[in-house]
Ligand binder design. Structure first.
Ligand SMILES: C[S@@+](CC[C@H](N)C(=O)[O-])C[C@H]1O[C@@H](n2cnc3c(N)ncnc32)[C@H](O)[C@@H]1O
Length: 284
Protein backbone atom coordinates (compact mmCIF):
# COMPACT_ATOMS: atom_id res chain seq x y z
CA UNK A 1 0.00 0.00 0.00
CA UNK A 2 1.22 3.54 -0.81
CA UNK A 3 2.56 5.67 2.03
CA UNK A 4 -0.42 7.85 3.17
CA UNK A 5 1.73 10.97 3.57
CA UNK A 6 3.18 10.58 0.09
CA UNK A 7 -0.35 9.98 -1.30
CA UNK A 8 -1.61 13.17 0.36
CA UNK A 9 1.35 15.15 -0.99
CA UNK A 10 0.68 13.77 -4.50
CA UNK A 11 -3.00 14.73 -4.27
CA UNK A 12 -2.14 18.24 -3.08
CA UNK A 13 0.26 18.72 -6.00
CA UNK A 14 -2.17 17.29 -8.54
CA UNK A 15 -5.26 19.29 -7.51
CA UNK A 16 -3.24 22.52 -7.25
CA UNK A 17 -1.42 21.84 -10.51
CA UNK A 18 -2.53 20.47 -13.83
CA UNK A 19 -5.47 18.52 -12.35
CA UNK A 20 -7.10 21.51 -10.65
CA UNK A 21 -6.45 23.87 -13.57
CA UNK A 22 -8.02 21.40 -16.01
CA UNK A 23 -11.09 20.98 -13.80
CA UNK A 24 -11.57 24.76 -13.76
CA UNK A 25 -11.39 24.96 -17.57
CA UNK A 26 -13.76 21.99 -17.98
CA UNK A 27 -16.06 22.94 -15.07
CA UNK A 28 -19.12 23.93 -17.09
CA UNK A 29 -19.00 20.78 -19.23
CA UNK A 30 -18.36 18.50 -16.23
CA UNK A 31 -21.18 20.07 -14.23
CA UNK A 32 -23.63 19.57 -17.11
CA UNK A 33 -22.60 15.92 -17.53
CA UNK A 34 -22.84 15.24 -13.80
CA UNK A 35 -25.94 17.37 -13.09
CA UNK A 36 -28.21 14.30 -12.78
CA UNK A 37 -25.84 12.89 -10.12
CA UNK A 38 -25.82 16.22 -8.24
CA UNK A 39 -29.62 16.30 -8.32
CA UNK A 40 -29.77 12.73 -7.02
CA UNK A 41 -27.35 13.61 -4.20
CA UNK A 42 -29.43 16.65 -3.21
CA UNK A 43 -32.61 14.56 -3.03
CA UNK A 44 -30.80 11.74 -1.16
CA UNK A 45 -29.21 14.09 1.41
CA UNK A 46 -32.48 16.02 1.94
CA UNK A 47 -30.92 19.16 3.49
CA UNK A 48 -33.19 21.23 5.73
CA UNK A 49 -33.42 25.01 5.98
CA UNK A 50 -30.99 26.35 8.56
CA UNK A 51 -28.64 23.35 8.58
CA UNK A 52 -24.85 23.61 8.72
CA UNK A 53 -23.41 21.61 5.84
CA UNK A 54 -19.82 20.48 5.28
CA UNK A 55 -19.10 19.89 1.56
CA UNK A 56 -15.93 17.81 1.36
CA UNK A 57 -13.83 18.10 -1.81
CA UNK A 58 -16.23 20.78 -3.09
CA UNK A 59 -14.06 21.52 -6.14
CA UNK A 60 -15.56 24.26 -8.32
CA UNK A 61 -18.66 24.28 -6.13
CA UNK A 62 -21.53 22.71 -8.12
CA UNK A 63 -22.78 20.80 -5.06
CA UNK A 64 -21.93 23.65 -2.74
CA UNK A 65 -24.22 26.04 -4.58
CA UNK A 66 -27.07 23.49 -4.60
CA UNK A 67 -26.80 22.97 -0.85
CA UNK A 68 -26.33 26.69 -0.09
CA UNK A 69 -29.64 27.37 -1.83
CA UNK A 70 -31.31 24.43 -0.06
CA UNK A 71 -30.33 25.43 3.50
CA UNK A 72 -31.18 29.07 2.76
CA UNK A 73 -29.91 32.23 4.44
CA UNK A 74 -30.29 30.80 7.96
CA UNK A 75 -28.04 27.85 7.09
CA UNK A 76 -24.38 27.71 6.04
CA UNK A 77 -22.12 25.58 3.89
CA UNK A 78 -18.44 25.10 4.72
CA UNK A 79 -16.94 24.30 1.32
CA UNK A 80 -13.67 22.49 1.87
CA UNK A 81 -11.04 21.64 -0.70
CA UNK A 82 -7.27 21.38 -1.06
CA UNK A 83 -7.32 22.97 -4.54
CA UNK A 84 -6.81 26.75 -4.60
CA UNK A 85 -7.77 27.18 -8.29
CA UNK A 86 -10.97 25.15 -7.93
CA UNK A 87 -12.00 26.99 -4.75
CA UNK A 88 -11.40 30.35 -6.46
CA UNK A 89 -13.73 29.25 -9.26
CA UNK A 90 -16.39 28.12 -6.77
CA UNK A 91 -16.16 31.38 -4.86
CA UNK A 92 -16.57 33.44 -8.05
CA UNK A 93 -19.63 31.40 -9.01
CA UNK A 94 -21.21 31.90 -5.57
CA UNK A 95 -20.61 35.64 -5.78
CA UNK A 96 -22.17 35.75 -9.25
CA UNK A 97 -25.18 33.86 -7.87
CA UNK A 98 -25.29 36.22 -4.84
CA UNK A 99 -25.00 33.33 -2.39
CA UNK A 100 -23.45 34.68 0.79
CA UNK A 101 -23.92 31.66 3.07
CA UNK A 102 -20.78 29.75 1.98
CA UNK A 103 -17.39 29.69 3.74
CA UNK A 104 -14.77 28.65 1.19
CA UNK A 105 -11.89 26.92 2.95
CA UNK A 106 -8.62 25.77 1.46
CA UNK A 107 -7.85 22.87 3.77
CA UNK A 108 -7.37 19.12 3.87
CA UNK A 109 -10.49 17.44 5.27
CA UNK A 110 -8.23 14.89 6.97
CA UNK A 111 -6.42 17.47 9.09
CA UNK A 112 -8.49 20.69 9.07
CA UNK A 113 -9.94 22.18 12.27
CA UNK A 114 -13.61 21.90 11.41
CA UNK A 115 -16.62 23.80 12.77
CA UNK A 116 -19.57 21.74 14.00
CA UNK A 117 -21.86 20.60 11.17
CA UNK A 118 -25.25 18.84 10.79
CA UNK A 119 -24.75 17.29 7.37
CA UNK A 120 -21.60 16.10 5.62
CA UNK A 121 -21.97 15.89 1.84
CA UNK A 122 -19.62 15.19 -1.03
CA UNK A 123 -19.84 14.66 -4.78
CA UNK A 124 -16.90 12.47 -5.76
CA UNK A 125 -14.64 14.20 -3.20
CA UNK A 126 -13.97 11.64 -0.43
CA UNK A 127 -11.96 9.00 -2.33
CA UNK A 128 -8.59 10.73 -2.26
CA UNK A 129 -7.47 10.41 1.38
CA UNK A 130 -4.15 8.65 2.05
CA UNK A 131 -5.64 7.40 5.36
CA UNK A 132 -9.45 7.41 4.93
CA UNK A 133 -10.20 6.08 8.45
CA UNK A 134 -8.21 8.93 10.03
CA UNK A 135 -9.95 11.45 7.74
CA UNK A 136 -13.48 10.24 8.53
CA UNK A 137 -12.62 10.01 12.24
CA UNK A 138 -11.58 13.64 12.19
CA UNK A 139 -14.77 14.66 10.39
CA UNK A 140 -16.82 12.59 12.86
CA UNK A 141 -15.31 14.51 15.78
CA UNK A 142 -16.72 17.80 14.38
CA UNK A 143 -20.16 16.36 13.59
CA UNK A 144 -23.10 17.40 15.77
CA UNK A 145 -24.56 14.49 17.83
CA UNK A 146 -27.40 14.04 15.30
CA UNK A 147 -25.28 14.69 12.21
CA UNK A 148 -25.73 12.65 9.07
CA UNK A 149 -23.66 12.07 5.97
CA UNK A 150 -24.55 11.65 2.29
CA UNK A 151 -22.10 11.32 -0.56
CA UNK A 152 -21.89 10.02 -4.10
CA UNK A 153 -18.92 8.01 -5.40
CA UNK A 154 -18.17 5.73 -8.34
CA UNK A 155 -18.84 1.99 -8.54
CA UNK A 156 -16.08 -0.07 -10.27
CA UNK A 157 -14.69 0.88 -13.67
CA UNK A 158 -16.21 -2.27 -15.21
CA UNK A 159 -19.71 -0.91 -14.42
CA UNK A 160 -18.89 2.48 -15.97
CA UNK A 161 -18.80 2.16 -19.78
CA UNK A 162 -18.70 6.00 -20.12
CA UNK A 163 -15.06 5.64 -19.00
CA UNK A 164 -14.11 2.01 -19.69
CA UNK A 165 -15.10 2.31 -23.38
CA UNK A 166 -12.75 5.23 -24.19
CA UNK A 167 -10.09 3.77 -21.86
CA UNK A 168 -10.03 0.52 -23.84
CA UNK A 169 -9.70 2.57 -27.03
CA UNK A 170 -6.70 4.42 -25.61
CA UNK A 171 -5.09 1.35 -24.04
CA UNK A 172 -4.68 -0.21 -27.50
CA UNK A 173 -2.08 2.52 -28.26
CA UNK A 174 -0.07 2.28 -25.03
CA UNK A 175 2.25 -0.28 -23.43
CA UNK A 176 0.51 -2.54 -20.88
CA UNK A 177 -0.04 -0.74 -17.58
CA UNK A 178 0.52 -2.28 -14.11
CA UNK A 179 -2.74 -3.37 -12.48
CA UNK A 180 -4.04 -0.52 -10.32
CA UNK A 181 -4.41 -1.04 -6.54
CA UNK A 182 -8.20 -0.85 -6.05
CA UNK A 183 -7.71 0.72 -2.59
CA UNK A 184 -5.22 3.40 -3.69
CA UNK A 185 -6.57 6.96 -3.38
CA UNK A 186 -8.39 7.82 -6.60
CA UNK A 187 -11.76 7.90 -8.28
CA UNK A 188 -12.56 4.19 -7.72
CA UNK A 189 -11.20 3.89 -4.16
CA UNK A 190 -14.76 3.65 -2.73
CA UNK A 191 -16.12 1.28 -5.38
CA UNK A 192 -16.24 -1.70 -2.99
CA UNK A 193 -19.22 -1.34 -0.61
CA UNK A 194 -17.61 -3.53 2.03
CA UNK A 195 -14.55 -1.30 2.10
CA UNK A 196 -16.75 1.81 2.43
CA UNK A 197 -18.54 0.14 5.33
CA UNK A 198 -15.26 -0.87 6.99
CA UNK A 199 -13.83 2.65 6.72
CA UNK A 200 -16.91 4.44 8.02
CA UNK A 201 -17.57 2.12 10.93
CA UNK A 202 -13.88 2.16 11.93
CA UNK A 203 -14.21 5.96 11.98
CA UNK A 204 -17.23 5.70 14.38
CA UNK A 205 -19.95 6.47 11.83
CA UNK A 206 -23.04 4.24 11.84
CA UNK A 207 -23.02 1.34 9.35
CA UNK A 208 -23.73 3.04 6.00
CA UNK A 209 -26.60 2.47 3.61
CA UNK A 210 -25.50 2.21 -0.03
CA UNK A 211 -27.95 2.73 -2.86
CA UNK A 212 -27.13 2.13 -6.50
CA UNK A 213 -27.43 5.14 -8.77
CA UNK A 214 -27.45 4.20 -12.47
CA UNK A 215 -27.58 6.98 -15.03
CA UNK A 216 -27.02 7.37 -18.74
CA UNK A 217 -24.76 10.39 -18.61
CA UNK A 218 -24.21 12.73 -21.54
CA UNK A 219 -20.44 13.00 -21.81
CA UNK A 220 -20.88 15.54 -24.63
CA UNK A 221 -22.91 17.84 -22.35
CA UNK A 222 -25.18 18.50 -25.37
CA UNK A 223 -22.26 19.84 -27.42
CA UNK A 224 -21.68 16.95 -29.84
CA UNK A 225 -19.17 14.15 -30.39
CA UNK A 226 -16.09 16.38 -30.78
CA UNK A 227 -16.68 17.94 -27.37
CA UNK A 228 -17.20 14.50 -25.81
CA UNK A 229 -13.80 13.43 -27.15
CA UNK A 230 -12.17 16.63 -25.87
CA UNK A 231 -13.76 16.18 -22.44
CA UNK A 232 -12.62 12.57 -22.07
CA UNK A 233 -9.08 13.20 -23.23
CA UNK A 234 -8.48 16.54 -21.46
CA UNK A 235 -9.60 15.61 -17.93
CA UNK A 236 -9.30 12.61 -15.63
CA UNK A 237 -7.69 9.21 -16.06
CA UNK A 238 -7.30 9.24 -19.86
CA UNK A 239 -5.68 12.66 -19.74
CA UNK A 240 -3.18 11.35 -17.16
CA UNK A 241 -2.35 8.38 -19.40
CA UNK A 242 -1.78 10.55 -22.47
CA UNK A 243 0.04 13.42 -20.78
CA UNK A 244 3.63 12.37 -21.55
CA UNK A 245 3.00 10.38 -24.74
CA UNK A 246 4.44 11.35 -28.15
CA UNK A 247 2.15 13.45 -30.37
CA UNK A 248 1.51 10.68 -32.90
CA UNK A 249 0.42 8.27 -30.14
CA UNK A 250 -1.91 10.90 -28.68
CA UNK A 251 -3.44 11.64 -32.11
CA UNK A 252 -4.04 7.93 -32.80
CA UNK A 253 -5.51 7.41 -29.32
CA UNK A 254 -7.84 10.41 -29.67
CA UNK A 255 -9.03 9.11 -33.07
CA UNK A 256 -9.78 5.72 -31.47
CA UNK A 257 -11.75 7.38 -28.66
CA UNK A 258 -13.84 9.19 -31.30
CA UNK A 259 -14.48 5.90 -33.11
CA UNK A 260 -15.45 4.13 -29.86
CA UNK A 261 -17.90 6.88 -28.87
CA UNK A 262 -19.50 7.35 -32.30
CA UNK A 263 -22.05 4.52 -31.88
CA UNK A 264 -23.36 6.29 -28.74
CA UNK A 265 -24.16 9.62 -30.44
CA UNK A 266 -27.74 10.65 -29.83
CA UNK A 267 -28.34 14.02 -31.50
CA UNK A 268 -25.91 16.44 -29.84
CA UNK A 269 -25.49 14.10 -26.88
CA UNK A 270 -23.21 11.10 -26.34
CA UNK A 271 -24.81 8.91 -23.71
CA UNK A 272 -23.24 5.95 -21.91
CA UNK A 273 -24.07 4.17 -18.66
CA UNK A 274 -22.55 5.42 -15.41
CA UNK A 275 -22.71 3.55 -12.10
CA UNK A 276 -22.45 5.26 -8.73
CA UNK A 277 -23.13 4.67 -5.04
CA UNK A 278 -25.21 7.01 -2.96
CA UNK A 279 -23.88 6.48 0.55
CA UNK A 280 -25.56 7.66 3.74
CA UNK A 281 -24.68 7.28 7.38
CA UNK A 282 -25.22 8.96 10.72
CA UNK A 283 -23.01 9.61 13.68
CA UNK A 284 -22.69 6.34 15.62
C1 LIG B 1 -13.29 14.60 -8.50
S1 LIG B 1 -13.12 16.19 -7.79
C2 LIG B 1 -14.81 16.54 -7.36
C3 LIG B 1 -15.08 18.01 -7.23
C4 LIG B 1 -16.52 18.42 -7.00
N1 LIG B 1 -17.09 17.88 -5.78
C5 LIG B 1 -17.39 18.06 -8.18
O1 LIG B 1 -18.21 17.14 -8.07
O2 LIG B 1 -17.23 18.69 -9.24
C6 LIG B 1 -12.38 15.77 -6.22
C7 LIG B 1 -12.11 16.96 -5.34
O3 LIG B 1 -11.63 16.51 -4.07
C8 LIG B 1 -10.63 17.41 -3.62
N2 LIG B 1 -9.81 16.75 -2.59
C9 LIG B 1 -8.93 15.73 -2.77
N3 LIG B 1 -8.37 15.40 -1.59
C10 LIG B 1 -8.91 16.23 -0.65
C11 LIG B 1 -8.73 16.38 0.77
N4 LIG B 1 -7.88 15.60 1.44
N5 LIG B 1 -9.45 17.33 1.43
C12 LIG B 1 -10.32 18.12 0.74
N6 LIG B 1 -10.52 18.03 -0.60
C13 LIG B 1 -9.83 17.09 -1.28
C14 LIG B 1 -9.90 17.78 -4.90
O4 LIG B 1 -9.13 18.95 -4.77
C15 LIG B 1 -11.06 17.91 -5.89
O5 LIG B 1 -11.58 19.21 -5.91
Amino acid sequence: MADPEQSNADQLAFWNGVGGRTWVVRQSHTDTTLAPASEALLAFAAPRAGERVLDVGCGCGATTLDFARAVGPTGRVAALDISAPMLAEGKARAEAARLANVDWREADAATAALDEFDLLVSAFGVMFFGDPVAAFTRMRSAASPSARMAFVCWRPLGENPWLSTPMQAVAAHLPPRPKADPEAPGMFAFADPQRVSRILTAARWAPPRLEKLDLNIDIAAGLGLDEAVIQLTKIGAINSWLRDQPTDVVSAAVASVREALAPHVDGSSVRLPAAMWLVSSAGA
